[in-house]
Write a protein that binds this ligand. Structure first.
Ligand code: ZN
Length: 408
């Protein structure tokens, strides 16, 4: 058993008054964020001073005495808004140090009333949040009914309320819960993420790319057309917007479901999973490939693999972007420069005559390179434990050496 944090998403059914209060809270959260962002900018420009979270929090207490309506809403939501602002600043500066000159997360921006995510987060203190059957108790709102589609188990941590573009209200309930770990296995696997197929494994399995955007393309185009032709402010425009949002939501749901099933299976069946460290954000800039890549949503997939690996004592090992996984012959390690051409799907090695299928060969190389990196890290226990509590070093070492010899 291990303890994990899991978010349960439910659709809320607020009363009219609760709906008003949720919207008010979202508005106040945005107001606090923007007001303090402006204040921080101003102070920095005029006096070169920075305002940290604690200072902002003190200011907020004063502000609440001046502005009546800020007191009407959940106080945790407002505090979390300040925390988000602090995080946005931290991310900006951390990113600045990491990649000089490259476009990163960017300086915190003012939140708009429309377009960006409309939500607020509240925290659990002294039983202010509770769940009984299909009712969720939230600060200021009281008991809100919700559609019960799954059992919510574990210890409550916090709740995020979101208003979707379709005008629905979703509560994401974060709980600390116990999960039963999958039994230990000894198989290791290399994955080559591709466009032609979603991925190819070192076992020779190919998983097809479901391409949800492409299949829904006609519907999307139709909905986009309808929206652009509708008159601003008309009820038809609202309808068109909802219709479009619904298609996007469906695509996301289908894709997430696919990614969850695939990542769960790979984690269940394998002990070490080696993947290429794709700089997806850089690749998306290539427009021709952009649709396919964002459709494939690799980064989401890799994130899923990583957190599920932590839950179940598995290892996800990334292999550097510059490692020539496609060009190397997995049999004799000869690097064939001709394979740089993406169109070359299969080739015979001029040195050892091994016949290589592009993606399968790459996944075998990714596996051996990933295991090589891990083997090198055995000497430094910190590196092995870097991603949490993993397999015991003894087991780990024996496993690597054994597989390493056969593969390298
Ligand atoms: Zn060869």
């Amino acid at each position: 058993m291990s303890s994990i944090q899991k978010a349960f998403k439910v659709i809320l059914i607020p009363t009219h008054n609760q709906e008003i209060l949720i919207n008010k809270t979202i508005g106040c959260v945005r107001y606090v964020y923007n007001r303090f962002l402006a204040l921080k900018k101003e102070l920095y420009a005029s006096e070169g001073k920075t305002l940290n979270y604690n200072a902002c929090s003190q200011h907020l207490t004063i502000l609440k005495k001046e502005i009546e309506w800020l007191k009407e809403v959940d106080k945790f939501a407002l505090q979390n808004s300040l925390k988000n602002l602090e995080t946005a600043y931290k991310n900006f500066f951390a990113d600045l140090k990491k990649v000089k000159g490259k476009k990163g997360v960017g300086f915190p921006k003012f939140k708009k009333k429309h377009g960006c995510k409309q939500s607020y987060k509240t925290n659990l203190t002294n039983g202010n949040i509770q769940i009984i059957e299909n009712r969720l108790k939230l600060p200021k709102l009281g008991w809100v009914r919700f559609h019960k589609s799954q059992d919510i188990t574990g210890k409550l941590v916090n709740v995020t309320i979101t208003r979707t573009s379709r005008g629905k209200y979703i509560a994401s309930i974060l709980c600390e819960t116990e999960i039963e770990k999958y039994p230990q296995v000894t198989e290791n696997i290399g994955l080559d993420l591709g466009l032609k197929s979603y991925l190819t494994t070192s076992n020779g399995e190919t998983v097809d790319n479901p391409k949800y955007y492409r299949t829904q393309k006609r519907k999307l185009r139709k909905a986009h057309k309808k929206l652009s032709r509708s008159v601003k402010g008309s009820s038809n425009r609202v309808k068109a917007k909802i219709k479009l949002a619904r298609i996007y939501e469906r695509i996301t749901n289908l894709r997430d479901d696919f990614l969850h099933k695939l990542s769960t299976r790979l984690i269940k069946e394998n002990s070490i999973i080696c993947i290429e460290d794709l700089r997806v954000s850089n690749m998306v800039k290539n427009h021709k490939l952009a649709l396919s890549i964002s459709d494939a949503s690799w980064s989401k997939f890799v994130t899923m693999l990583e957190y599920k690996a932590l839950w179940h004592n598995r290892i996800v090992q990334k292999v550097g972007t510059f490692y020539p996984s496609s060009q190397t012959c997995n049999c004799c390690v000869f690097i064939n420069p001709l394979v740089k051409d993406l169109k070359l799907r299969e080739w015979t090695c001029p040195i050892c005559n091994n016949y290589n299928l592009r993606d399968a060969n790459a996944s075998l190389n990714i596996l051996s390179e990933g295991l090589r990196i891990l083997t090198a890290a055995v000497g430094a226990p910190d590196a092995i434990y870097a991603c949490g509590e993993l397999v015991s070093p003894g087991f780990f070492q024996a496993e690597i050496v054994e597989t390493g010899i056969t593969r390298l």
